[in-house]
Ligand binder design. Sequence first.
Ligand code: ATP
Ligand code: MG
Length: 419
Amino acid sequence: MRQSKLFTKTRREAPADEVSKNAELLIRGGFINKEMAGVYDFVPLGLRVLNKIENIIREEMNTVGGQEVSLTALQNKELWEKTNRWSDDVVDNWFKTKLKNDTELGLGFSHEEPLVNLLKNFVSSYKDFPFAIYQFQTKFRNELRAKSGILRGREFLMKDMYSFHISEEDFSNFYEKMKGVYKRVYERVGIGHVTYLTFASGGSFSKYSHEFQALTPAGEDTIYLDEASSQAVNNEVYEDEILSSLNLDKKKLVEQKAIEVGNIFELKDKFSKPLDLSFVDEKGDKYPVLMGCYGIGLTRLMGTVVEVLSDDKGIVWPESIAPFQIHLLMLGESEAVIKEAGEVYEALTKNNIEVLFDDRAGMSAGEKFADADLLGMPYRAVVSERSLKEGGVELKKRTEEKGKIVKLDELLTLVKAKN
Ligand code: ATP
Ligand code: MG
């Protein structure tokens, strides 16, 4: 894509009321736009990142046979009353609205109830199980505080998966498998090295749930990490008795700030019982279905990547989720430079390499370099009078200080095509 055609522009300053690093960099770079606190639009560069994260998660959910759906945001009050989750005293972050005839509706903050209710139209026999269903859905939560940019949105994109089983054993096998699936997701988006499986409280149905916590000072959560065993606990379960049951030595635990980038937990029959989702076994006896639930906030994950990987010049996108693989800068406007830069752009495009081509006129080299650092594509290639003289383009990784002159065919092999 030609940057001269991109409707978004980089900015020197983020809005004065924006205190988080992720939002500051993403707004300055033109990845997102702030509507109000906790509510952000995704503009082209940001949407490209989000779509790549979504595709990685989709591929990973499909490895365990996940079936993708899309449930509605508008929610029926009566359904949520059956599980006692309609009342604002129980769920304090509902956004509610009304039909013209005064019927109350909610905007989904989660989707256990509607999904369980939907399944009653489709499954009833033990032969129908097990299976897992997931979606990418905008969730609405009236969060009290929304000062962390896209880490905590009032409207945000979540992947929620739910698994359905007829035996405890099958459920726990699947649950264990999901720990590995989640690990791969965080590795693939570039924060695997700081993300830890963390024991959290299980609520009323099981001993533990698990969070995936990414270490960064920007985190709202506090966890206690045993680096040797890569085990962590959150503050809900930081108690002597629990630590010893997990074989963790309190003296070895280090307190860290972290962002919860996902969680998995057992629901057992918490929703299937009140909503009457059951199966009939081989003998004709009826039992409630067992459920597990697996969430990842995609927008939060994107913000976490920015918090973890950026430097003082701007964002550093991993290749897997960068909006473009390479940022091609045209410096100077001589006929020779324009011609060469255009040819390099054509060649990259023809080879299926995603390229953002800074073909903007009337800008200094310094301004273009600063923008390239802010936007954070993995590679930067420069065409200038100097590179022409040296017989190639100057290629540099975002993470490197110095570039080197490479010929076009070398450039095409160094920067890999996406599929
Ligand atoms: P938190 O403890 O941060 O409030 P939660 O435990 O309520 O989140 P879930 O309801 O289980 O989170 O949601 C699943 C995942 O969705 C979380 O692990 C997190 O990655 C993401 N998430 C939750 N709330 C938000 C939010 N307000 N904005 C962005 N992502 C969110
Ligand atoms: Mg939580």
